[in-house]
Design a protein around this ligand. Structure first.
Ligand SMILES: *[C@@H]1O[C@H](CO)[C@@H](O)[C@H](O)[C@H]1NC(C)=O
Ligand SMILES: *[C@@H]1O[C@H](CO)[C@@H](O)[C@H](O)[C@H]1NC(C)=O
Ligand SMILES: *[C@@H]1O[C@H](CO)[C@@H](O)[C@H](O)[C@H]1NC(C)=O
Length: 412
């Protein structure tokens, strides 16, 4: 949980500009009260470039570099801990900026009582029930699951030179995702949530069915940005990381809308910007939902799902997340996806966008092809080698089934 004093420290008007990206950023690199630092954005860029060692190589950092003078030793330790995946820190600057587009009509109509942080521990989730959901079968929605369509989405997204959130063309992939979400859900059900940098989050909703008064929301997310760890302008196809997650979101939305599914609860699909910059877009969305008192029943993140080098498809549940959602998701996999091998692994601090929800007291989980300290981890991520030809969309199709089962069973 974030300390209020910590938030107050950045509520000065000087920070409330769109130029924050070239200024100092407030980052949190661990859960403790002191694990925060105010650092120049350029220092973060430098840290990004050495963040990940691959194939067991340690990250190398020139400690004499002037940008590292006075760097908090805890942040340095977090950055050089190669067992972590994802940025390893949260950039807390973004959620403290004022809303850029107040006109985000999707959610703000849906209000409820203040959430309690303990909620994620006490929330209960259903026991998967195949008899109740004939749609979740090969004669039902699973018939529409298409490896070819997953591949086609990843082909488009990985074809941009980079989707880096501070690139001049950072908005273009977000706009493309918006067009795809709109084609599936209708323009009235898609919004952009702007950030201080020029790459918005894209959100699509499937409204709850007529007559339902249940104000809970079910969220499925992935991140739309990519990164080349050695050069911010360099080639960063990000086919697996995380065009593959976005492809699952889009296809799940398409199948649900084509079949006219509406649950008692609203379902939302969140394509987040700037994950690689410190969970920027998801922090912004989660903090807006939190301050609007929006009741999120559960949040599921897909981050890298299509690098499948085993004989059978692998699904890995990260375990330092909501235990209730782990039990629920585990049950879905054994019930609906018996062809998959199930593994578990740990996320570590701030490994992906579900963490933005977890740290605000929402039940959340990340389910991926592998975990950060896993021998099946994609060795090409964050490099120009994270390309589509290394992915297996037939095996990755199990994630669409999982998303469909998750959406149906939690929204009903
Ligand atoms: C952590 O912060 C508290 C309160 O600001 C301070 O009293 C304490 O000395 C700090 N501890 C460390 C290890 O820096
Ligand atoms: C990739 O980009 C090139 C050049 O802009 C374009 O001609 C091609 O159609 C694109 N391919 C895909 C799959 O989007
Ligand atoms: C980053 O991009 C450059 C230029 O496209 C490329 O030469 C370099 O290998 C990339 N870095 C990584 C880590 O892939």
């Amino acid at each position: 949980m974030l300390l209020p004093t910590f938030l107050l420290a950045v509520s000065s008007p000087a920070l409330a500009t769109r130029f924050m990206a070239s200024d100092r950023r407030l980052v949190r690199f661990g859960p403790g009260p002191n694990e925060t630092a105010l650092v120049p954005a350029l220092t973060l860029d430098l840290l990004h470039s050495v963040r990940h060692g691959h194939d067991g190589e340690a990250a190398t950092l020139d400690l004499e570099h002037p940008l590292l003078a006075g760097l908090h030793p805890g942040l340095l330790a977090a950055v050089t801990d190669t067992t972590r995946r994802g940025p390893g820190w949260i950039d807390m600057t973004e959620p403290t900026l004022p809303a850029i587009n107040e006109a985000s009509p999707l959610q703000l109509a849906v209000q409820s009582e203040e959430l309690e942080v303990e909620r994620r521990q006490t929330a209960t989730f259903p026991t998967p029930n195949a008899a109740k959901y004939p749609q979740l079968s090969n004669d039902g929605f699973f018939k529409s699951v298409s490896a070819t369509k997953l591949s086609s989405t990843v082909a488009t997204l990985s074809n941009y030179t980079t989707r880096y959130y501070r690139n001049t063309n950072a908005r273009v992939p977000a706009t493309w995702i918006q067009s795809q979400f709109t084609a599936a859900a209708g323009s009235g059900n898609v919004v952009l949530v702007e950030n201080s940098f020029d790459q918005p989050n894209v959100i699509a909703q499937i409204p709850r069915k007529a007559g339902s008064t249940n104000d809970e929301i079910v969220v499925i997310g992935a991140h739309l940005d990519s990164i080349n760890q050695s050069s911010s302008g360099g080639r960063a196809p990000g086919a697996d990381d995380d065009a593959s997650g976005i492809a699952v979101l889009l296809q799940t939305l398409q199948i649900l809308t084509e079949n006219g599914w509406a649950g008692s609860r609203q379902i939302e699909f969140h394509a987040y910007a700037g994950e690689e910059g410190g969970l920027l877009g998801s922090s912004r969305v989660a903090s807006q939902y939190k301050s609007a008192g929006i009741n999120v029943r559960g949040m599921l993140q897909f981050d890298m799902i299509a690098y499948q080098i085993n004989t059978k498809p692998v699904i890995t549940i990260l375990t330092d997340t909501s235990s209730g959602l782990q039990t629920f998701s585990n049950g879905l996999i054994t019930t609906y996806i018996p062809e998959a091998t199930l593994y578990t692994n740990r996320c570590g601090y701030a490994c992906s966008d579900h963490f933005s929800w977890d740290s605000r007291g929402y039940a959340s989980i990340s389910i991926d092809e592998s975990g950060p300290s896993d021998r099946y981890l994609n060795p090409y991520y964050h490099t120009s080698g994270d390309t589509i030809d290394r992915l297996d969309f037939t095996k990755a199709s199990v994630f669409v089934k999982l998303a469909l089962a998750w959406a149906l069973e939690l929204s009903e």
